[in-house]
Design a protein around this ligand. Sequence first.
Ligand SMILES: C[S@@+](CC[C@H](N)C(=O)[O-])C[C@H]1O[C@@H](n2cnc3c(N)ncnc32)[C@H](O)[C@@H]1O
Length: 300
Amino acid sequence: MSLGIPAEPSALLNAVLIGDSCAIVPLLPSQFANAIITSPPYFGHRQYADESLAESEIGREASLAEYVGRLAGLFRELKRVLRDDGTLWLVLGDTYREGQLLGVPWRVAFALQEDGWLLRSEIIWHKPNAMPSSVKNRPTVAHETIFLFAKQANYFYNADAIREPHVTFTEESRMMGGRKHFGKPNGTPENGKNRGNPNLHRARWDQAFHPLGRNKRTVWSIPLGKFREAHFAVFPPELVEVCLLASTPEQGIVLDPFMGSGTTGVVAKRLNRNFLGIELVPHYAEMALRRIGEISTPLF
Ligand SMILES: C[S@@+](CC[C@H](N)C(=O)[O-])C[C@H]1O[C@@H](n2cnc3c(N)ncnc32)[C@H](O)[C@@H]1O
């Protein structure tokens, strides 16, 4: 942990810097991180810091335009700190004001896009255990948005590390219907057009249906994380795990400029990656370091 910025980039590894990301990120080296995985405070939701830090805290801006502008400015600087082949995973929730949804995640996404970030994916994080609400005239919100951004068209992405199971296919179906069932009402490989056709050999199947599973989809159903010490929503470790495996090699570096309780660091340590966190509130930074310290797997 440090209150200043160490001159040596290696001293930034597996540390939590305490302070305002908008002030600290400009001091970080360029091309430093393989990935950024982060969730800034949402616009007009809860307050994390006491009044002495109110000016620096993101999420308390008087207007949505100010919030979007501030985040875009910070991410412009973070782009410099990210390697050219790196990616940004940005988790954002929306806000209701005066009876309507503001569309915050997409407003931020458009601002980043205008700033030169390549928007590669919109992922719906479905929360099966989302808080119930008393609303009676609209559905209860049970998701947040995760945006995947890159700096350039060619970026590190390990699709194989995050494949998910094929759903309807059995071992038997490997030799039967092939893909011809797609688009048919009630179509499955067993009742597809080429039903029973032995010419659909294994190699062709494997080409269509990867042996490690199908490519990760854009809806992730992950229950909310539990970490009792933090009185705010923390990342579920599984969410960080997916982003981290897809976007960093072993011993790569992940940066979280809104570290909170340190979930990004906890998962990084478990998966043999390095992390750097930044957190405005000293109490949370200490909590994060304590939590990360309790993970027994040594870093290298
Ligand atoms: C949504 S929480 C992050 C939770 C985190 N993902 C976890 O798993 O615990 C956002 C965090 O950003 C911090 N924060 C707010 N403004 C900040 C700023 N300007 N610089 C750094 N951290 C800030 C808050 O104190 C809070 O801990």
